[in-house]
Design a protein around this ligand. Sequence first.
Ligand SMILES: O=C[C@H](O)[C@@H](O)[C@H](O)CC(=O)O
Length: 272
Amino acid sequence: MVSHLQRKPLNEMRGEAKILQEVMKRDSRLRYVGFRLIELAPGASYEEALTEDECCIVALTGRIDVTQGEHVFANIGTRESVFDRKATDSVFVSGGRSFKVQGRSEAKVALCYSPSVKPLPTKLIKAEDVGTEERGKYQNKRTVHNILPDSDSSASSLLVVEVYTEGGNFSSYPPHKHDRDNLPQESFLEETYYHELDPQQGFVFQRVYTDDRSLDETMAVEHGDVVIVPVGYHPVGVPDGYSSYYLNVMAGPQRVWKFHNDPDHEWILNRK
Ligand SMILES: O=C[C@H](O)[C@@H](O)[C@H](O)CC(=O)O
C-alpha cells in the first residue's frame, strides 16, 4: 500500500507536454507548496498563466527555451541527467505573469510553486550562481545545490534546493522538522521531495513523522516518486550501491529555513 504522502509518476499527456508528476494545493493537504514535473520533446511547448503563485522553472535535464513577456531565456539547462551532478539553470517568474517553456532537446522541467507575496522581477538563476554546499559527516554526508535559498531575495515565498546523497548515507539527517511558525526557534515550511535514483531500479527509505507519532509514515521511495511533507521530521536513507537525488520545494508563512532537530538524534552532531 503506497503511503498517502507518496505520489507515483503520472505519465499523462496534456497538450504537447507529458505530466510526470503533479502535486497541487487543490489535491493535497498542502496550503503553500505546489510541484509539477513535465517532459517535453524537442519543439514541444508548455504554457501557463500564473495567478496567485510564483514559480521557479528548473531545467532539470536537457535544454529549454523559457519566454516570459519580453524576457527570452534561450537554450538553458546544463545536464543530460541530474546525476551529471552539475548545477542547472532555472527561471523565476512572479505571480500574475504567463510563461512558455519549449524543449530544445528532450527535456524534463520542474515547476515549483508557492504563493506570490509580492511581485518580483523575472530572473534567470544561472547554474554558475547556484551555491554548492557539502553537509554532514560520517554516514550523513550529502551535497546541496541551493537554487533558491532563503538568503536569495529573488522570490517572495519560494525555496528550492536539490540534494545528492551517496549510498550508505542519510540526508535530511539528523531528522529535522520545520512545522511550527515560531521564529526565531523554528519556521513553518511545507515541503515536497521529487526523488531520482541511480541506477533507476533503486529505492531509498524516507520516514515522515511527528513528535507525537500522530503522523508516522515510512516509505520505500522509487525513481520518479514525490513525497509530500506537510509536517514532521523527514529523513532519507540511501542503500549501498545507489545514488540518491531529490529536488525540494519549500514554502510557508515566512520565507525562512529554520529547522528543529529531533532531540533524540541531535547528539550525532556532537561526535568529533
Ligand atoms: O529542509 C530541507 C530538506 O529537508 C532538505 O533540503 C535537507 O535540508 C537536505 C539535507 O540537509 O540533507
